[in-house]
Ligand binder design. Structure first.
Ligand code: HEM
Length: 218
């Protein structure tokens, strides 16, 4: 074992201060707190629906809010690795699976709201809508990618697939995010209103750019 010959630093030094908050994020209470925070939008939607606070068209409000939260959570999931690497915060790796499953959870609520409230769970109608409206087709593809990722996010499948193949498969989360933005873009194309779409497109392009930059740099 090597002797530590580095000079002692006062505990209040900047480096240690930073180490403290990194360690604090590894505290066992942080993950349950994050779980509750990620659940809040769903709880709020339930309360708002029960107390008639979703406006004149509650079905549309539910479909749109759950779609927004699925996309927002997906952006957070994609940001975890760049943040972990850039700021050396190992705790962020522990949150990836949970937040990834939350992205799927909101996407599931979104698809459920659409299928139930918009289409009355009429399967032939739903298939006809997928065939008729390209943005619905893109949303369906997005959901299928997220479904595969959620279904393979457990230790057993990681072991069965092997680490490399599992990682390659889970890189398709970038594809899912790009498809989700295309779905949103296409939906708004009719009204030529992209103000809410552009920030998501920029965030996802920047996060993907960071990955590509790291790979090229070696
Ligand atoms: C089977 C899959 C899907 C279907 C059928 C579907 C359907 C829809 C519908 C009907 C709307 C609202 C259109 C309107 O109000 O005029 C919508 C909006 C949206 N969807 Fe999806 N969607 C699907 C998957 C997804 C997924 C997986 C995501 C995200 C990961 C997503 C994100 C969004 C977003 C962000 C909006 C716009 C919300 C807003 O206007 O603020 N969708 N989708």
């Amino acid at each position: 074992m090597r002797a530590d010959t580095s000079p002692a630093r006062p505990p209040s030094s900047q480096g240690e201060g930073r180490g403290d908050w990194r360690k604090a994020l590894l505290h066992p209470a942080i993950k349950p707190l994050l779980f509750c925070a990620a659940l809040l939008p769903a709880l709020w939607l339930v309360v708002a629906a029960a107390t008639h606070q979703l406006g004149a068209n509650p079905a549309e409000a539910l479909i749109r809010s759950t779609g927004d939260w699925a996309l927002r959570t997906l952006c957070v999931v994609l940001a975890l690795t760049p943040l972990r690497v850039t700021f050396a915060v190992p705790a962020l790796a522990r949150w990836r699976r949970m937040l990834g499953l939350f992205a799927f959870f909101y996407a599931f609520l979104h698809v459920l709201s659409y299928s139930w409230l918009d289409m009355g769970l009429d399967l032939p109608e739903i298939f006809a809508d997928i065939a008729k409206r390209p943005f619905i087709l893109v949303g369906t593809l997005t959901f299928l990618v997220l479904l595969v990722l959620a279904a393979t996010s457990f230790q057993r499948t990681i072991r069965a697939l092997g680490g490399k193949r599992w990682q390659a498969l889970h890189r398709s989360v970038y594809g899912a995010a790009a498809l989700a933005v295309l779905h949103f873009f296409w939906m708004r194309a009719g009204k030529n209103d992209f103000a809410e779409v552009v920030p998501y497109a920029v965030i996802i392009a920047a996060l993907l750019g960071w990955r590509v930059w790291r790979r090229v740099r070696g």
